[in-house]
Write a protein that binds this ligand. Structure first.
Ligand SMILES: [Zn+2]
Length: 186
């Protein structure tokens, strides 16, 4: 991770337990850059990060939120606005920011927003929206920098080979509801 982040003021990394790491940045800007430019992954496994408050116990910090840039496709013209972006972001978990540089032009193929995703919940894929005239349309979502996840239950915490739902036989005969198509093109 140090090679990927290249923090200007250096970093110290310690393994706390298998799979749990403590990253000590020597400058706040380096840490903030890392926190704001994720998601990060190592060996295609998602890295879930959080900041330890002063005096906090690193073993007790919650690790369930990851920020993603998502691309919203199939928006009718007139819906490319920050207000719509906020509402969509909050439906897709929790809105963080709206990419003005992507979304400002006469027409764009997709809207780009940053959201917080709870890794304990299945990834959301689409949202049906009702217009004022009662007609409906569906907005489809793609996640940027999305690595491995479970195509059976939509969780980020494992792949389908290790899915309890699959082992329980619940998906026998039914098609998968998630797939690699949820990854945004690079
Ligand atoms: Zn699963």
């Amino acid at each position: 991770m140090a090679d990927i982040w290249k923090p200007a003021m250096g970093i110290n990394i310690k393994v706390l337990t298998p799979g749990l790491f403590l990253f000590q940045f020597y400058h706040k800007d380096d840490m903030n850059w890392m926190m704001n430019n994720g998601p990060w992954s190592f060996d295609n496994a998602l890295l879930v990060t959080n900041i330890i408050p002063v005096g906090g116990d690193p073993m007790k910090v919650s690790l369930n939120i990851v920020e993603f840039w998502i691309q919203m496709y199939d928006l009718p013209s007139g819906y490319m606005s920050e207000l719509v972006g906020k509402q969509l972001g909050n439906f897709f978990e929790s809105f963080v920011s709206y990419d003005l540089s992507n979304n400002t032009s006469i027409w764009r193929e997709y809207m780009r927003i940053r959201i917080m995703v709870d890794v304990c919940l299945p990834l959301k894929r689409k949202k049906k929206i009702c217009k004022k005239n009662k007609s409906e349309f569906i907005v489809n979502c793609k996640y940027e920098k999305l690595g491995d996840f479970c195509f059976v239950c939509g969780l980020l915490t494992h792949t389908k080979h290790f899915c309890k739902k699959k082992i329980g036989g619940e998906v026998e005969g039914s098609g998968l509801e998630w797939g690699p198509w949820l990854r945004a093109p690079p």
